[in-house]
Every structure is written in structure tokens, then in C-alpha cells.
Write a protein that binds this ligand. Structure first.
Ligand code: PEP
Length: 257
């Protein structure tokens, strides 16, 4: 983390879990557990059907609410889809874009990711842009090439003054939901590489202002070590964000110091 230049952000990703009633119960639990976050912004990205419930339930806790997806068109005949303006109107502040599960199961391409980034920014929603390599790519020595490609295409056409509002989440696919965490060094190394990629596109001042998270089996026992890496500015947390006591522990680790 480097709090001098950029925000630390701990974000949960509930995926397709938790009903509206579970969401309210979770907020009640958090009221008992959460101490005021000193340094980091806390975000919960949750299923779209429960966003308005969550915006109300977490308001007093100063937890920002994020969506897990959006569609890039403004409006029209796109049955089942949700626009950035609809999310904004609900009080949503962040949206996950390009999660590996969406790329894998729903065919989300780099081009679609880029359009979603533009749509989110145009609606003043902060995109959390996920990038990450597969185990095969890592073993073949392709991690940097792949990550550079994903970062460059996600940010294509994004103006420098918008970069401050973009969060990049480095999520090695082999570490998501597997219990297999990247070592702090592996996470730190790729997050530094992502910052260097942004630097080559936008210059040093912009690059140092961008929050870069690590995601992949982050939990209360490994969070502090991962967050101690200078270019790891937070976490995107799946499994451990479903349990308030674990999520709070990770927020505490980000508030140390
Ligand atoms: C994720 O889905 O973004 C994620 C990091 O999941 P987990 O923490 O469960 O690995």
C-alpha cells in the first residue's frame, strides 16, 4: 500500500450469493463488528437485485456498494441487462468489469470490457477492472504479456483524468476460489508490472494515483502480508467477503499503521 498517493480499497465480491434478507442480516452483523475505517475505503459488490436494499442497509456503516456487472449500451432492447445509468440511480459507486468468471462463462471479451469501462466512467461509476493469467500462461512465462494486453485494451481510449477513478484488480485465475493464494512476492511483482504498464501509457503521476488490488483467496491470515507490498493497494475478496467477521478482519489489516 502507499497511502500517500492513492486510496486503499477493500472490496468484497459476493458473486451469486446472498438474498435480500441475507444482505440485511449481514449489515446487522457488520454494525456489531465494524470499527470506523481509518484509511481504506470498504466496498461490497453484490448481486444487482439487492443493490437498493444494500445501499440503504450499509449507508450508516460507510460501506460503498458496487455492482458485479453492467451492460455498456445506454438503453434499449437488451433483455435482462442493466445499464450504468440504472446503477448510478440506485446509488451504486463501483462496478466490477471483466471478472474472470464473466470472461469464462459469459464470453466477456476485452472489447466488451473496454466498452463497459467507458460506460461506467460516463455514468460516474468507478470500474474495478479485473485482469489475470491462467496457470498455463504463468507456467509458459506469458504472465506479463497477457496482463499488459488486458490492461491496455481495458483502458483503450480512457482519458488520463479518468484514470484516478479506475481500480485495477490483479486476479490470477488459478488463485480464485481455489484456496491457492499467490505469494505476496508474486502478487506484488505483477501489481508493480501493472503500474509500470499504466506509467508507459499515462506517465508517472497518473500511474502512482491508481489503486491496484490483489484478488485470489485473500483471507484474514494472508491479507496483511499481501497488503504490505508497495503496489498492492487493497483486495478484491470473494469467499471471505461472505462472512462478516472475516471481511472485517481484512479491512482491519488494511487499516493498520
Ligand atoms: C474473486 O472472485 O474476485 C475472488 C478473488 O474470489 P476468492 O477470494 O474466493 O478467491
Amino acid at each position: 500500500m502507499n497511502r500517500r498517493y492513492r486510496k486503499t480499497i477493500i472490496a468484497g465480491n459476493w458473486k451469486m450469493n446472498m438474498t435480500a434478507s441475507d444482505t440485511k442480516k449481514y449489515a446487522e452483523e457488520m454494525k456489531k463488528l465494524m470499527t470506523r475505517a481509518k484509511w481504506c475505503e470498504t466496498v461490497l459488490c453484490i448481486p444487482s437485485c439487492n443493490l437498493s436494499t444494500a445501499v440503504r442497509a450499509f449507508k450508516d456503516l460507510r460501506i460503498s456498494i458496487g455492482a458485479e456487472n453492467l451492460y455498456y449500451e445506454e438503453k434499449g432492447a437488451y433483455t435482462g441487462e442493466i445499464s450504468a445509468a440504472m446503477l448510478k440511480d440506485l446509488g451504486v459507486k463501483y462496478v466490477i468489469v471483466g471478472h474472470s468468471e464473466r470472461r469464462q462463462y459469459f464470453g466477456e471479451t476485452d472489447r466488451a470490457v473496454n466498452k463497459k469501462v467507458h460506460a461506467a466512467l460516463a455514468a460516474s461509476i468507478n470500474p474495478i477492472i479485473c485482469v489475470g493469467e491462467s496457470l498455463e500462461q504463468r507456467e509458459a512465462g506469458l504472465t506479463h504479456d497477457w496482463i499488459a494486453l488486458q490492461v491496455k485494451s481495458a483502458l483503450s481510449g480512457v482519458a488520463a483524468d479518468k484514470l484516478r477513478r479506475c481500480v485495477i484488480a490483479y486476479e490470477p485465475i488459478w488463485a480464485i476460489g481455489t484456496g491457492k493464494t499467490a505469494t505476496a512476492e508474486q502478487a506484488g511483482e505483477v501489481c508493480s508490472f501493472i503500474r509500470a504498464t499504466i506509467r508507459s501509457l499515462y506517465g508517472a503521476r497518473v500511474a502512482r494515483s491508481v489503486t491496484i488490488q490483489y484478488g485470489g483467496s485473500m483471507n484474514p491470515s494472508n491479507a496483511a502480508e499481501l497488503l504490505a507490498q508497495p503496489d498492492v493497494d487493497g483486495g478484491l475478496i470473494g469467499g471471505a467477503s461472505l462472512k462478516p467477521e472475516q471481511f472485517v478482519e481484512i479491512v482491519r489489516a488494511a487499516n493498520q499503521g
